[in-house]
Design a binder for this molecule. Structure first.
Ligand code: CTP
Ligand code: MG
Length: 555
């Protein structure tokens, strides 16, 4: 048995249990390779949205009798599922079987009277449960099982990685630990649904849909919640009524451009969230950005939210990434490891700036997997050739057509291991001719760069846009240097893997170690390395780094 596992009393069966769990829950949403279970993106979105509409969020007292709580709620109708979580207090997410139960519950709730302060009587699905005599209830309460909403600590991750059986096992372990859980996904859809209630006060029949990493299968626990206020449903609803002389004047009030309309809509919704939105704090209206947005924290769920509108192309690119993530189980494992690696080395940041983004990293991994022989992922152009008439999709003049039925795409014949792919990923981008070439997942081929940004990754649909326009030369250089060094570490690892009986970091654990990040040739700081072996490795990296210290321009 691995001594670390014994030492840190990490139960020997954890990894195996998790593996079994993943196998048994295999579906397109978790990205496993059970091809029969693969659902279309729109099916998943619709099912989850409907589920969220039957769900309520309840802030509970810290001590609560779960049985009584559920019995009380089921007076309003049968409950389908529920879970508890902690975020500045105890919260319950309760999904009823029927939507009517939510209305029934709303009808018996009251707006609190706050003494001299006044409450705004907004009838939401976010409740606060106050028990009158909570003191005598607490005595024989069994503790509530809370679902975890955050990613594992570095220490726990490190333990799990060191106890893994192989580098492949390490990548899969990291994926299992960081991917969004079922509960976290539900909470994301519920939060969108609660915001939709607020927006619906202005725009009845609107929809607030999550997009980005919350739904594209590449989200890590703790990632932001990107939401899209979809007003198209309203258009559809009225478009059917073509006869008659009445046009709804209030709906056709004209503004000079689509952008101005977007700004006006977000401005009022932002104001509304700020003034009346239950649990919405720190509302910022960022209306002059290329893509105007309202940013806020949803306190109860703990999510940092970005609300946009008129952003249908981003929803489509989320669908595309979801498809790539579901096509082959290696895709998500590789993307998660690359994202964690980038975070560990401060290549990405939660603050906007000249850094590379997770979205760009995902595009790079997809491109790399398209370049394998045989390819692991098909090009977007190929997915377009598989599309049928129903898949046709033109948004703002951009052709966003691709096949949406995952089951129509043949699996790849490539059987390369994750270990090899990770090493080759670092080698590939450590030697990529960034100075002249652009990354293009539509064609799956390097293209000449159309402009001079240090890093050029073509937006898959708005092909004139560069997804990584913000990235500076020095950030790109940092990425290239770290990629080279990581390739080198993995290369050495292959030759000289520590015995399972040693407690030395190896494989992915060695790549993620903060001591590695702090000691690579890029950093001036010197810290004591974690072990002699790592120290030796780093010394050799430094000398090889010095030889290769030419910029990012090619092989
Ligand atoms: N997007 C885009 N072009 C960009 C940035 C973002 O098209 N330059 C779209 C992508 O569809 C992306 C979504 O907007 O998935 C959300 O952007 P962001 O939150 O930056 O990325 P995520 O993919 O959600 O990743 P993260 O987990 O870092 O939030
Ligand atoms: Mg995001």
């Amino acid at each position: 048995q691995c001594p670390l596992r014994r030492l840190l009393s990490c139960p020997g069966t954890v990894a195996a249990d998790l593996r079994r769990e993943e196998q048994s829950s295999g579906s397109a949403e978790t990205g496993s390779e059970d091809r029969t279970a693969k659902k279309r993106f729109s099916e998943v979105q619709n099912k989850r949205r409907e589920q969220a509409q039957r769900t309520v969020l309840i802030h509970c007292p810290n001590k609560i009798d779960e049985k009584k709580f559920l019995k009380f709620l089921s007076q309003h109708g049968p409950i389908n599922s529920h879970f508890f979580y902690e975020s500045f207090g105890l919260y319950a997410v309760v999904e009823f079987c029927q939507k009517e139960s939510v209305t029934s519950l709303q009808n018996i709730t009251r707006t609190p009277s706050l003494g001299p302060e006044a409450a705004i009587p907004f009838k939401s699905r976010y409740f606060n449960l106050k028990l009158r005599n909570s003191s005598n209830q607490t005595s024989e309460l069994s503790s509530i099982q809370c679902s975890n909403q955050s990613s594992p600590s570095s220490k726990k991750l490190y333990q799990l990685l060191c106890c893994a059986e192989s580098v492949d096992d390490q990548l899969n372990t990291l994926l299992r630990e960081f991917q969004l859980t079922e509960e976290n996904t539900r909470l994301r859809y519920l939060t969108c649904s609660l915001i939709e209630d607020v927006a619906a006060a202005y725009f009845p029949d609107c929809a607030v849909r999550p997009f980005g990493s919350s739904v594209n299968s590449f989200g890590k626990l703790g990632c932001d919640l990107d939401m899209f206020l979809d007003l198209d449903e309203i258009g559809k609803f009225t478009a059917q009524k073509t006869s008659g002389n009445f046009l709804m004047e209030f709906q056709v009030k004209n503004v000079p451009s689509e952008r101005v309309a977007t700004q006006k809509i977000l401005s009022v919704i932002g104001e509304c969230l700020d003034q009346f939105g239950p649990g919405c704090v720190g509302v910022q209206k960022i209306l002059n950005a290329r893509c105007p947005l309202v940013r806020f924290s949803h306190q109860a769920s703990g999510f940092q939210c970005d609300l946009t509108t008129n952003n249908r192309i981003a929803l489509k690119s989320s669908e595309l990434l979801y498809m790539y993530g579901a096509l082959d189980s290696r895709v998500r494992a590789l993307v998660f490891s690359v994202r964690c690696w980038a975070r560990a080395h401060s290549l990405t940041s939660s603050i906007p700036g000249a850094w590379i983004t997770n979205f760009s990293l995902t595009m790079m991994v997809i491109f790399f997997l398209q370049r394998r022989s045989p390819p692991i992922l098909p090009t977007l152009d190929y997915l377009k050739t598989l599309a049928d008439a129903e898949d046709k999709c033109i948004i703002e003049g951009y052709n966003c057509t691709f096949v949406r039925d995952l089951n129509r795409i043949k699996p790849s014949g490539n059987t390369e291991t994750l270990e090899l792919l990770l090493k080759e990923f670092f080698e590939y981008f450590g030697n990529f001719a960034f100075n002249k070439n652009s990354i293009n997942i539509r064609q799956g081929k390097e293209q000449n760069k159309p402009e001079s940004s240090p890093l050029h990754i073509q937006n898959p649909f708005e092909t004139s846009l560069n997804v990584s326009k913000n990235v500076s030369q020095s950030q790109l250089q940092k990425f290239v240097d770290l990629a080279r060094e990581s390739a080198w570490i993995l290369h050495q690892e292959g030759k000289d893997r520590p015995l399972p009986s040693s407690n030395q970091p190896w494989g992915l654990a060695a790549l993620l170690l903060p001591s590695v990040a702090n000691n690579v040739s890029l950093s001036k700081k010197k810290k004591k390395p974690a072990s002699e072996r790592i120290k030796n490795l780093l010394d050799s990296i430094k000398s090889s780094g010095a030889e290769n210290s030419t910029a990012t321009n090619g092989r």
